[in-house]
Every structure is written in structure tokens, then in C-alpha cells.
Ligand binder design. Sequence first.
Ligand code: XIL
Length: 772
Amino acid sequence: MSTRRALPGALGAVLIAATTVLMVGPAEMASAAGVPLGELAAGKGITFGTAVSAAAQDQDTGYAARLATEFGSVTPEDAMKWAAVHPAKERFDWRAADAVVNTALGNEQEIRGHTLVWHSSLPGWLTGGTFTTDELKAILREHIQTMVTRYRGQVSVWDVVNEPLNNDGTLRPGFWLNRLGPDYIVDAFRWAHEADPDATLYLNEYGAEANGAKADALYELVKSLIAKGVPLGGVGFQAHLTGSSRPDALAAVLRRFADLGVDVAVTELDVRITTPPTTTAETSQAQVYGRVVAACLTVPRCRSITVWGFTDRHSWVPATYPGWGAATLLDEGLGAKPAYTAVADTLLASGPAAGAPAGWWRLDDPAGATVAADISGHGRDARIRGAGTGSPGRVPHMTAFTGDGATTEATTTTPVLDTAGSFTVSAWVSMTSTAIPGVVAAQDGSVRSAFYLMYQTGTNRWELTVPSADGATVTWSTARSTTVPVLNRWTHLTGVYDASARRLQLYVDGVREGTRDGVTAWASDGPFHIGRSLSGGRFPGAMSDVRAWNRALSASEVSTAGDRTVASWEFDGTSTDSSPFGRGTSLTTTGAGYTADRGGTANRALGLSGTGCAEGHGPVLATDRSYTVAAWARLADKGGSRTVLSQSGTGKDAFYLQYHQSYDRWAVLVPSGDEDTATWQTLLSTTSPALNTWTHLAAVHDAQAGTLALYVDGVRQGGPLTVATWPSTGRIHIGCSGTGGRFNGALDEIRAYASALTAGDVAALAAGTPVR
Ligand code: XIL
């Protein structure tokens, strides 16, 4: 099995790369043959490394040869751990650590030092010793500073603190926490920094690759360390995954941490499958590897990917996870597995597929950022001028680029669109003033911009406007919105120019509102602006998720680009969030599982029995802004109030969608505030819920109107009620609330939107039509 694709050394590498190249296209063929992963990664601005076993490097020449050529960096797998390097209180044993370092330096590889403070791999003299707290602190400090000083200038990155958290997000009890208390983390970073101020110091953790309790806690920990001025430079995500892992949310998680102003990295990637491996399992494994690499590539501050071993010949997996193995890129004969090809392909892909955006700026860069990264893969980053960043974004955890209407803009150095051909530009905007014409996007010619996606004061409408020429005297062609722009409301705008139909179209929130025929746009070779045009015209307000395509998008593609969904749980046997924001939920183990859905198909709805619950981790909605929550619910009893969905504050939840026992009605309750004295604002269904019947429920908060509406099976129940709302920052709960009232029965297709859906949208949802 293991030798199925085994090919000897260099020949293997050439053939592997050639296979890769055929899938990518002739352009890369010449350059890619035999190119190691480390070099492919360097071409993308990241480092690709591996953990190295000191023993294997010493004894296995095939291993050592591949190690030397394939990777841009190494992490000593065990050689720098306490048990290996510090066998007695007064004695360090540098043999293995020095061997790894010297070999790496000889191979011109970077070195990630691993690891200074960990609950595991500690020597007996330490864990069994009788030391006072002060003595232990001194021992830790001396260990850290001896290590960091010895390899100063050689080890550029240190995993200072490893695995500080439990899976539930609490601090992991272990030798250092138990003996020194939580300050050991802060101290370790400070001591390491004293010894080498130039090294980048990482906090490293596993199981935080998807949003969850652990990722949230890690985020809070990182935030608090930064707030204390701790010299933390990066956060490592180990990524010990399995073939059925779905690392779909990894990019979002990496970005969330990078937004705090630290580097991020994948530090210990392996993808175990059950042994003996099947072809199917190896294919899934390859996908997981590819997705992890892709995730890192889309996040500008993702600096490196390290695999935890590169060949099945030397991997920690089989010994650690009985029944599992085959977790690495190369088989036992050093032959490339599909996983290797997937990694190479992903690193090689020169850019996005045809039809994908030509530029894509999320514009959620942290406050003070001077560059808005282009995540389209074309590298068309936009330089930010003016204050402009860090205001609240479309969902909790995200920030948005914010124009002051006077100086702020984000501008590329090269053109993005061929404006003589078909093109599309879309953006989320939240405008703060109608006093000035506000340009959201434009691309310059020499005296004018070739198009303007903007708010126009004279007409008080959104417009896509194209001047007839790049000259002083022009006529204007405009596709205009029918609706009047609403201030301070996130609105999705899309302008489409179809060159063959000679047509301009303007969409607002996915609805085509304006069309103008007989338009001929002209070629422009100036920069692409976000938040201004050539002649000025700055946009006042927030802009987010600006995308540009060199083609005319169809109406359905426009609505996909303007997806308002911020969370979507299908519960088809998993609790992952299928929205682009990828928030998982963790099911409590008792009283929650999967059951039949509306169509009677088994394991496709969340089954609850009044004790279990699916809890999110952190907020999904900004509850003081417009939002919609919707769910299918089958109520099995009326023995108590039964919560379908809620999002917690600190005292109360910001909303409760539930069966309310005392009224015997479906209800949405919105307390006026988070405090005990808050008043209850309650909307009830008009009739008593039927038991054991799938029912569609939706609650819509319209922040502009200040109202709340409840829908049952697509029909509005009284209301809307005028309500006061407040921002809640706690968890989303499915089948329970922060304060109790668990659901008994089944829940399905739970969706949250960061906007107030119309009655028509809710009716469509209740009729089973997806609404984005
Ligand atoms: C593992 C090594 O691979 C094994 O050889 C050793 O026996 C135990 O440790 N998280 C980490 C790594 O940070 O240091 C661990 O390495 C794997 C889990």
C-alpha cells in the first residue's frame, strides 16, 4: 500500500510536479517541474515547513535528503522540549537541538523553536521536585532565557506557550498553571522577549481551527495579552485534523486573529485517516490539506504552514491515535500521496478561476491599517488613505472601512477592470450622510473615471454612471435606483455593465432597480478607487466586501454576492454553519442529536429532548441593528417554555424566539435592556402551537423602523411592535437560552440574516425557498 506511488527521491519529485502542472495549465509548466513545496510557497509569500525528528534526520538518509530540499523551514518535533533538552536541573543536553538547528542552517531553512512552556514532555526532576513558587519561576525564566539566548539569531520564531487552553476555553490545568498561576503566560513571553527582542513569539494551540469555545477563548486571551502589552507576535493553529475535517472556517478564524494585529500560522498540520487507508480516504485527506493551504493563502498575515512530519515513515500519529495513521504528504517510501499534489496544486495555482473576481477587498482590516488586501488572488491591494478603518462591520467581530467623506479612500496602483468590456462592481455600504455625492467605487481614465458606483445628491438615488468619453465635455448614462437610500443601513449595491448588450444595470440589495440601454463604456488604465473617484467625491460611511469582475454577473450571481446570511445551520448530521462566516456550534452531549427532518429523512434535523442544546460561541448578530432569525420547529411538549433560539447578553438574552408556556403561544421576547429591571417586549402568535407539527418561525428586527415582527408559517402575527434593542455580545443558543427553557422536539434550517427580511422573503423561506 505504502509504496503504491513510491518513487525514488529526485525522480519522484519531478514526476509529482509534472502531474501537478498538467492540472494547472501550460503557463506554469516550465517553471514548476521539480519545484519543492518550500519554493512554491515562497512564491506566494509564505513559508512551508515541517516538523523534524532529530533521530530520523540523523539515521535515515532518504529522510534527510528530502528534508533538505522540500521545505523552507523546520520545527524540531521534540528536540527542544524540556524532557529532551533539560534532563537535569543544572544540565542542558544540546545534542539533538543543535543537530536540528545546524542542519537547518546548512539547508538555509528558517527555524521555528518549539516549545518553551508546555504542560507535557516535562522532565521528572521538574515535575517531581519540591520547589517553592519563586524557585519554579526562576527555573522557568532561566530555561526560557537559556534556550532563546543560545539560538538567538538562528531561531526566528518561538512557540513560547503551547496549548494553554482546555477545549471548553478555560485555562488548562497543568504543571505551570497549577504551580505558577495564570501569569506564567505573560511572564514567559516577557522573558523570551528579553532574551531575543527580534524573535517573533507565538502562542500555539490546537482545536481552535474553527470558531468555537476554544477559538473564542484563545481570541480573548490574545486580546488580553495585547492589551497588557505582552510581546506576542503571532498565534499558531496546530491543525491536527482528520480526513473528515472541514476546515471551511479556518480562513475566517485566521483573519479574525490577524485583525487583532498579530501574525498567524498553521504550525502542526497533519490529517490522519484510519488505517489501512482507502483511496477515498486519501482523496478526502488531500482535500483537507488543500483547503488548509488555501485558507492560509487568503489571509495576508498568515505567514507559514508547517506539517507535523512529512512522511508516513516518521509520524507521531499511529502511536498517538491507535487505528489511525497515513497522516502526512508522503507515503512510507517517500512517494507523493494525493495530499502532496493537493498542496502543490494549491500553492501553484497562479490565481483564481476564470469568472472569479478580478479584485476583492474585504475591507475589514484593523484600525490603522494602510493596506486593504485584495483576496481575489490577483494581488491588487489597495492603499488606504485617511483614517478610514476599524468601525463596526456587518457582523460582530468584523470591522469595516469607513469613509469620512473628505479624505478617505482605498486605491490600487494598477487598473482592475477592462472597462471597455463587460464588468461588475459590488459593495456593501452603510452611508452616514446625503449631503455630498458619495462615490463607492470608480476606475480612472485620465480626466474622468470610466464609471461611478455612487450616491447622487441631485436625484437622491444610488447610481451607476458612465461618462461618454474620457474628456471635458461628455454626456452621462445612468442606471438609477428606484428606492431612496436609507442612511446607516447596510445596503448591497451592484453595478453591471454588459458590453455586448450595451446595458448598465443597478441592483440594490439584490433587486434590479435601474437599467440603461445604449451605453458604450471606454477603456481606462488608471487606478481603481474604493470610496472616491478621480475628481474627488469621497464616500461618507462604511464600505465592506467590495468585489470587481471582468464580466457581467447574472441576477442570481448578484444576489449571491449580496448574501445577507450570517449563519445557517442545516443540521444535516452536523452542526457546522454553512454560511461564509462558518461558525460551528458545539452540541452538548446529552439530550441532543439528529433526527428526521420535515421530509422524514433520518438525521437531517436537530433532535432535542428538553435537556440538550446547541450552543454557538459568541454572537452571530448585532442585535441593536436590523436582523432576522428563522427556524423550523417541531414542538413535542408544552411542559415548559421552550426556547428555539436566543443570543445572550450578560444578564438577559437580546431576543428569545420560543414557545411561551404561560401564554401557550409562539413568542418573540426582546428585553429592553440587559439589566434585571428591563421591561419585556413581547409578540405572540395568534393561535396556540400545534404539537408535533413542523412550523416555520421568524423574528424580524427592523432597526430603521424600530420594530419587531413575528411570523408563523410565513404569516405575520400582529405587530409589528415598537421595541428598544441593545447590542448583545454573548453566545447564540439553539434550543435553549442563556437562562434555561430548553426545547423538546426538533429544530431545523436555522438561519440568521444581518438585515430585516421583507414579508415576502419570510413567506418564501416558509415555503421552502432559500433566501439569501
Ligand atoms: C508530539 C511529537 O510529535 C511526539 O513525537 C511526542 O512524542 C509528543 O509530542 N502538539 C504539539 C507537539 O505541540 O509538540 C506534539 O508533538 C503534538 C501535539
